[in-house]
Design a protein. Structure first.
Length: 341
């Protein structure tokens, strides 16, 4: 067999948990003589993380338009197969969408076509422990599915936690069956690379939430995976040199924009844009690279925090918002376009 024994890790975590930071750290420490690759399966149509993860000559494949409850269409397998054949990697890191359910991705990696080709190692889940106090996260089945399915559970952003947060995480993490192989707190994306070789557990308790999640929501995870995968994607051109991509699936929607190098937003309008998002009750995340005045900025924002830094690595703006679908969704789109354009 031409391709065999390629180690694979699925790295999950809900929106804003720090997956991109962790993967970038890992890619900067690839062992000498090894070739690694990354497959990013994003919910939206724009493809943000592939741009943010570029490190040296690491092969990165983006599969946009991911389904939230399963592996959609043949795009995932096509992207994975292409990465295997072109990059010939020793290890592949797979980053599913932060609002998806990862179990079917792992099942596909373990399926017959990949016998001998892939060695599926432990699944990693990053979580922000502070979200255990947020009803919005506690009402999201994917938040717990990702944690359930993990062999390695990492409390990211530990530098921001109180001692009570740390204790709550350790108590929460120890209640799972089978027990997690690794339970750890991490600051600034730090990760012991030896954890990547932790074995994948044979059976996880996904969908069987008998353990105490410290919340009262009764969420049913038995999704019907036979639903139509022709998800509602709408494209438009709100301004010269700008394309807008809207995608809806289940109860989530993404609005993404790709703009050429001539487009920019003034700093005053951008502050209005960020302020509007921070007040929107059904807003989840804003992420991407955007030209503000004459400087490109890399942004990652949730309702509770924002990371923002200047970058000179790109020539075009590419950014995306994720909302819960509510009656106010169309209003959000109209207001955002008025501010942006």
């Amino acid at each position: 067999m031409q391709y065999k024994g390629i180690k694979v890790n699925v790295i999950t975590g809900f929106l804003g948990s720090g997956k991109t930071t962790l993967i970038k750290q890992l890619l900067e420490q690839v062992p000498e003589g090894e070739r690694w690759a990354v497959l990013v399966n994003e919910f939206g149509e724009v493809g943000i993380d592939g741009e943010l993860l570029k490190v040296g000559d690491i092969a990165i494949k983006q599969v946009p338009g991911g389904c939230l409850c399963c592996v959609s269409s043949a795009a995932f397998s096509v992207g994975l197969n292409e990465l295997i054949k072109t990059a010939k990697p020793d290890r592949i890191l797979i980053e599913p969408t932060g609002i998806g359910h990862p179990h079917q991705i792992v099942e596909q990696l373990c399926s017959k076509p990949y016998y001998g080709v892939l060695e599926v190692c432990g699944t990693i889940c990053l979580m922000d422990v502070r979200n255990l106090s947020d009803p919005r996260y506690l009402g999201q089945p994917a938040f717990f599915d990702q944690i359930d399915d993990a062999d390695i559970l990492i409390a990211s952003k530990a530098d921001l936690y109180s001692s009570d947060d740390e204790l709550r995480f350790l108590q929460f993490a120890k209640q799972f069956e089978p027990a997690k192989s690794v339970i750890a707190l991490s600051e600034h994306g730090r990760f012991d690379q030896s954890w990547l070789d932790v074995a994948r557990a044979q059976q996880h308790s996904h969908h069987d939430h008998d353990h105490d999640h410290d919340h009262d929501h009764d969420h049913d995870h038995d999704h019907d995976h036979d639903h139509d995968h022709d998800h509602d994607v709408v494209t438009s051109q709100p301004s010269a040199g700008v394309m807008c991509y809207q995608k809806r699936d289940l109860d989530m929607a993404s609005i993404g924009w790709v703009a050429d190098s001539n487009w920019f937003i003034t700093s005053e309008r951008f502050e209005q844009f960020l302020a509007y998002l921070s007040e929107a009750s059904n807003f989840w995340r804003f992420k991407g690279i955007i030209r503000v005045d004459d400087q490109f900025e890399q942004i990652n924002m949730t309702q509770t925090e924002m990371q923002r830094r200047a970058t000179d690595e790109v020539l075009t703006s590419r950014f995306e918002c994720i909302f819960s679908i509510t009656d106010g969704y169309e209003k959000h789109l109209n207001v955002l376009h008025k501010i942006l354009f």
